[in-house]
Write a protein that binds this ligand. Structure first.
Ligand code: FES
Length: 261
């Protein structure tokens, strides 16, 4: 973008009465963090585009006598003089309702129960779903599609039956077993296990062959991961056969032999 034609604007806003200034386009969540104000989040991940699904990060925006509720993780500051409240009575009431709904859906999730308790909600009168830990935030779907470029996971069905799944509930060839979905899942409901020969992600019915280090015999990623990496980077044979720890150790040994260190 041509900075002469579109100079970056600095905008002033107050958050819970605290004055701060941010670049135009900064999300309210990041503006609050910059001002040292904590807003609870669940479906926000810094590596991914915010989609504003869980709604626990809601804040109230005031302009004169008018106010509205927005999700702070994906709402950009684009005008001067915004007044933001992260703890108004309306926000406390609405956020509590959102958390109760999450708690009812994910009653089996320790992460959600702890998150709810931290935010003052320890129980709910809503009907609880048993054995459900997925909050349907879609981070797994998004990371697989947007960062890994595989689109192995998606959403299935609607309403109460909605869930994340692999196409037709069958193991997907597109799953490379990278585990990105496991790392971004806020509730920890996607489990991954490395067996001697394969990496298993039970939720997706994935069993992907493990890449075994020729030197130490330990697994270091999956064969499919490496195949994808090879298409993006010219890798030497040692990268294909040895794990990072062994490569590092062997390099250090070579340097010692040559008197380099
Ligand atoms: S963290 Fe903003 S909607 Fe989930």
């Amino acid at each position: 973008m041509d900075k002469m034609e579109h100079p970056e604007k600095i905008l002033n806003l107050t958050i819970d009465g605290k004055q701060t200034a941010v670049k135009s386009g900064t999300t309210i969540l990041n503006a609050a963090r910059k001002a040292g104000i904590e807003i609870p989040t669940l479906c926000h991940h810094p590596a991914l585009e915010p989609y504003g699904v869980c709604r626990v990060c809601i804040v109230e925006l005031k302009r004169g006598k008018r106010s509205r509720i927005v999700t702070s993780c994906n709402f950009p500051v684009q005008e001067d003089g915004l007044e933001v409240s992260t703890q108004s009575e309306r926000i406390k009431r609405d956020r509590r309702m959102v958390i109760e709904m999450l708690l009812a859906r994910c009653w089996s999730s320790k992460v959600i129960r702890e998150f709810a308790a931290k935010n003052g909600v320890t129980d709910t009168d809503l009907q609880k779903t048993e054995n459900e830990e997925c909050m349907l935030c879609g981070l797994c779907v998004n990371v697989c599609r947007d960062l890994i470029g595989q689109s192995a996971i998606g959403f299935e069905s609607r309403g109460a039956d909605r869930k994340t799944s692999v196409p037709f509930g069958k193991p997907s060839d597109s799953c490379i077993g990278c585990g990105a979905c496991v790392y971004v899942c806020p509730t920890g409901c996607i489990k991954m296990e490395d067996l001697p020969q394969e990496r298993v992600i039970e939720r997706w019915k994935s069993e992907v062959p493990i890449l075994v280090c020729k030197s130490c015999g330990k697994g270091f990623g999956t064969v499919k991961q490496l195949e994808i990496l090879k298409t993006k980077n010219p890798l030497t044979k040692v990268y294909l056969e040895k794990c990072p720890a062994c490569r590092e150790r062997e390099l250090a040994e070579v340097m010692v032999r040559k008197g380099g260190i």
